[in-house]
Design a protein around this ligand. Sequence first.
Ligand SMILES: Cc1cc2nc3c(=O)[nH]c(=O)nc-3n(C[C@H](O)[C@H](O)[C@H](O)COP(=O)(O)OP(=O)(O)OC[C@H]3O[C@@H](n4cnc5c(N)ncnc54)[C@H](O)[C@@H]3O)c2cc1C
Length: 518
Amino acid sequence: MGLRSVPAVDGHPDVLIVGAGGAGAVLGARLSADRSRSVLVLEAGPVPVGGFSADLLDARLVPGARPRLTTTNAYPAELAPGRPYVAVRGKVLGGSTTVNGGYFIRARESDFARWAAASGDARWSYEAALPLLRRLENDLDMGESDLHGGTGPIKVRRTSLTHPAAHAFAEAARELGHTAEADKNAQGPPGFGPVPTNVACGVRINTGAAYLLGVISRPNLAVHGDCTVRSIVLRRGPGGLRATGVLAVRDGHAEVIEAGRVIVCAGAFGSAHLLQVSGIGPAEVLTAAGIQVVHDLPAIGAAFSDHPQVVVEWVPNRTLPEPEDSWLGGALHLGSGGGEPGDLEILQSLVPMAGLVRGQTTAPGAPHAFLVSVQTPRPLGRLRALSPDLDTPPRICYGYLAEPEDRRRLRQAVRATAAILGSAAFAELTAERAEVVDLDDTGLDEWIATRLGTSQHTCGTVPMGRSGDPAAAVDGSGAVHGVANLTIADTSILPAAPLRGPANSAVLVGEVIAEALA
Ligand SMILES: Cc1cc2nc3c(=O)[nH]c(=O)nc-3n(C[C@H](O)[C@H](O)[C@H](O)COP(=O)(O)OP(=O)(O)OC[C@H]3O[C@@H](n4cnc5c(N)ncnc54)[C@H](O)[C@@H]3O)c2cc1C
């Protein structure tokens, strides 16, 4: 691990980026491509300029699944009343893309339509985003086309489905009449198919490695690791309120670093929390936390969305092999009937949960798993700072399963998984009936409540929207309403979580905002 410092950039950079994660690393690389612009990136976690350790690259594992990993931040949270949880986020170059599952699926067209409508900004339409979706990827399966990119920084590969459990899932989906979806990045009818991943030859391609490490020697770019921004410096002048820099702590020393523009890319939890402790957020939340209100913005932390998830396990009748490249098998997207097509997700793990939490690709005798989630965005989550001190974690409540319809959808997803396990295709792999089969709705609700988890896909803590809309915090280019020279650029600005995992969309946010600021 190492630090890199370029004094000329450190002095008063044109752009100061807080956080080098899914979106921040993209912005650091894209904005510093203009050699006349000085760019300083401050990342709270380590920046391994010599390369990432093998355990953070192995795509057969999910580093963030391991408790107390030093390259993650843990946030105490509440999924539903009485359901405590510890949510994690990457704290390392690449952010959560360095510790995540490597599932890399584009948002659906309807997500883009929602984001464009909320922001009133056409750059979030699917048509406008497509060239950037192509620019960010190198699709090793599909190659360059009108739909796919062939030269971008992130290599994309679909899972192979040759593993016996993945093969059984494919057969079961066919047997049960689910639509085949060979390319989940093609906006076709949702169904069963391989999972597009940001994985090549078993290596998870995080955004730090893909975008930033290769350009880190640019003279107009400096990237500092182990450097936490504790607040945004704000000044009120004749032109109104503006950001002039940040207060950062590096090597135990606090320093104010001034900059032409501050871009906050600290993630959906980190960005909203940093804004609130800096005095930007709902006045009553700030006042209750003892934070001086600098700018009342009610939308910050008021209505985030994510994907509730439960793990459905099954016991194989023999020891199954380790996966070759990725821990992921196939994925089935099906409709809940009350939402949009493909709003339920059944994602297959080829490594038992007992292995993933230990950082091991096998766990002999342990059950295998499906990760089952409802992908309908429901903006019921809340994040509130509790203290002016950034080290005091915010209060995070997801608001899961609040409505009967939320519970119905999750029951339906679990029962669809049980049907997969009860198929003839799976009879060759397991002798046991899924335990949920005999439960009525009440029993299944209880079963789900005790196993409730989350996909860790939070979006919308600093949502895009039109100026004057109380539900909006930033405009379509990430500019904070009412504060000059302050931009937010990460999954926090997406007004609603996409119908698929947000990692691809996080990279897209970096690309879109870089274009907007070019
Ligand atoms: C365990 C896990 C598994 C996941 N699996 C998947 C998956 O398989 N597919 C998928 O689509 N999505 C997945 N996700 C979600 C996805 O990875 C994230 O949505 C995405 O990375 C978010 O990008 P971001 O830029 O918003 O934030 P992050 O990638 O979280 O980046 C934020 C960065 O800011 C830094 N930072 C925060 N605060 C400060 C501060 N005050 N000062 C300086 N730096 C700061 C952090 O250290 C971090 O590097 C997963 C998430 C987790 C946690």
